[in-house]
Design a protein around this ligand. Structure first.
Ligand code: TXA
Ligand code: MG
Length: 314
């Protein structure tokens, strides 16, 4: 059931989580498909609903630093990142604490766990009221476009959710940055709204490396090179559109575009519009989605990462 975010709907949704059901909730990045991270059967429902390969671990969403410390081991780097960027769009991978009450379906059997404290306070209220960490991937079928509107979730996973909490459009529009603090080398495993530049500014002592996406290691995020995929094929860096193209522009364009990520060429606006525009383009008549070149600075790196996957061979 799709419902506005109210005190009552948050209460009902928290009860549903406690009862092992699935709830979709809006975050500052994308909509999540949440379940009680301590309950194997509840987490199994996420995998079932998404049709997701079970080796892909999930992010556990927490409401407070105290709750995070009951699950993960925070070294100095992780502490610094959490205090600089939480609540916010950064998922921090830390070693899992011995005896932590977390379903092994969340970690996919790894000895590390991705933790994130989402920015919107209603979501943190939901987690706090549920009284358990909430495991949540993006609320889309596996390999499909991530949802940035409640209607996207309803179309893809409406039947699977006890509640879809409708908080309108997600602000950032691309999934959280994932940073690995469980190994010696601090690595950004997935680019996102918290950019390497922002990390360098807030924590100058933390030099990050960007992971090389390696498709042969199933436990690195985004390992499936074809991901975030519209049904239609996607072509990137298009400067001359062809017959049958559904065109998506970025900034001023020399040809007439069907959609634009940002008329002024603003990467933040483009990130916020990205998945909604891909959803719309996919429903438009035409053969191929043709996307103009995008600026790769700042969050543009995350847009580029998602578009490369959307355009990858299937
Ligand atoms: O913005 C987001 O992060 C959204 C919202 C709902 O919070 N969630 C999201 O989850 O994007 P998902 O499942 O679509 O992506 C989680 C990524 C996966 O690529 C997974 O491989 C990686 O996180 N991941 C989770 N735990 C990991 C771990 N222990 N080690 C390495 N990668 C991990
Ligand atoms: Mg996803």
């Amino acid at each position: 059931m799709r419902t506005a975010v109210t005190t009552q709907s948050l209460f009902d949704a928290a009860q549903a989580i406690r009862a092992g059901k699935l709830v979709s909730f809006p975050t500052e990045t994308v909509y999540g498909l949440g379940a009680d991270a301590t309950n194997d059967r509840a987490v199994a429902r996420i995998y079932e609903a998404k049709g997701r390969p079970s080796f892909n671990p999930l992010i556990a969403h927490i409401a407070s630093m105290a709750q995070a410390r009951t699950i993960g081991v925070f070294d100095e780097r992780a502490e610094k990142l959490a205090s600089a960027f939480w609540p916010g769009a950064l998922s921090i991978i830390v070693p899992i604490k011995e005896g932590a009450s977390i379903s092994s379906l969340v970690t996919a059997g790894l000895d590390s766990i991705a933790l994130r404290m989402p920015a919107p306070s209603p979501v943190r209220d939901l987690i706090a009221q549920a009284g358990v960490p909430i495991a949540a991937p993006s609320a889309n079928k596996s390999g499909r476009i991530s949802p940035t509107l409640a209607s996207h979730v309803e179309e893809d996973l409406g039947d699977a959710c006890a509640y879809i909490l409708d908080g309108g459009a997600c602000e950032a529009g691309v999934e959280s940055t994932i940073i690995d603090c469980a190994s010696d080398k601090l690595q950004i495993l997935r680019p996102g709204p918290v950019t390497a530049e922002m990390i360098a500014t807030h924590c100058p002592e933390l030099a990050t490396e960007k992971a090389v996406v390696n498709n042969s290691t199933p436990n690195a995020p985004g390992q499936l090179s074809s991901h975030y995929a519209p049904q239609k094929p996607v072509r990137l860096d298009v400067t001359t559109p062809q017959e049958g193209d559904i065109t998506i522009g970025f900034g001023p364009s020399s040809y007439k575009v069907d959609f634009t990520l940002s008329e002024t060429g603003d990467v933040i606006e483009a990130a916020a519009n990205l998945f909604a525009v891909l959803h719309q383009a996919d429903k438009t008549e035409g053969t191929t989605i043709a996307i103009a070149p995008i600026d790769k600075t700042g969050i543009g790196a995350a847009i580029h990462d998602r578009l490369m996957r959307a355009a990858a061979d299937r």
